[in-house]
Design a protein around this ligand. Structure first.
Ligand code: ATP
Ligand code: MG
Length: 149
C-alpha cells in the first residue's frame, strides 16, 4: 500500500465540493487513512509549498491556501497511488485538464483549482509529515504507526 496527501483547498470547502472530490477518489477504490478540516496557517503553508518560494505567484498561493479551512486528507491504495490521484485531479491549469478530471469538470482557473495531490512518493512522505506527523513513519508503505486496520 502507498499513501499520498490530498488537500481539498479553501475553494473546494467554500463551494461545498469536498464530498464530490473525496467521493470520486473513494469510488475509484482509494481508502481514507486520515482526514481533517484545518484552517492552514502561513507557517504550515510555507512548509507545504516550500518548493514554490520565490516564484511570482507564491504570495498569492499562500494567501489563497490560508484564507479559509481546507480538508486535508491522506489517501491510500496500490503502488503509484500518488499518480492515480494526480491523473484524477488533472492539469494545474483547469483549461488544460480534460473533462472527467476533477479540475476539468469543476474548476476554471489555476488560482482556484480545488485540490492538491502529492507529485511523487518523496513529496507524499514529506507532505504527510507536515500535516499528519503521527502517520509520517512509513508514510508511503504499509504497517506504519497510523495503520489501524
Ligand atoms: P498542487 O501542488 O496544488 O497540487 P500542482 O502540483 O498541479 O498543484 P504546482 O506547480 O505544484 O501545481 O503549483 C502549486 C499551486 O500553485 C497550483 O495548484 C496553483 O494553485 C498555483 N500556481 C502554479 N502555477 C501558477 C501560476 N503560473 N500562476 C498562478 N498560480 C500558480
Ligand atoms: Mg504541486
Amino acid at each position: 500500500m502507498e499513501r499520498t496527501l490530498v488537500i481539498c483547498k479553501p475553494d473546494a470547502v467554500e463551494r461545498g465540493l469536498v464530498g464530490e472530490i473525496l467521493g470520486r477518489l473513494e469510488a475509484r477504490g482509494l481508502r481514507l487513512a486520515a482526514a481533517e478540516l484545518r484552517h492552514i496557517d502561513a507557517e504550515t503553508a510555507g512548509r507545504h509549498y516550500a518548493e514554490h518560494e520565490g516564484k511570482p505567484f507564491y504570495a498569492a498561493l499562500v494567501a489563497f491556501i490560508t484564507r479559509s479551512p481546507s480538508l486535508v486528507a491522506v489517501l491510500e491504495g496500490p503502488p503509484e497511488t500518488w499518480k492515480l490521484v494526480r491523473s484524477m485531479i488533472g492539469a494545474t491549469n483547469p483549461a488544460d485538464a480534460p473533462p472527467g478530471t476533477i479540475r476539468g469538470d469543476l474548476a476554471l482557473v489555476t488560482t482556484e483549482n480545488l485540490v492538491h495531490g502529492s507529485d511523487g512518493p518523496a513529496a507524499a512522505e514529506r507532505e504527510i509529515a507536515v500535516f499528519f506527523p503521527a502517520l509520517a513513519e512509513g508514510a508511503t508503505g504499509a504497517g506504519g504507526p497510523g495503520d489501524l486496520a
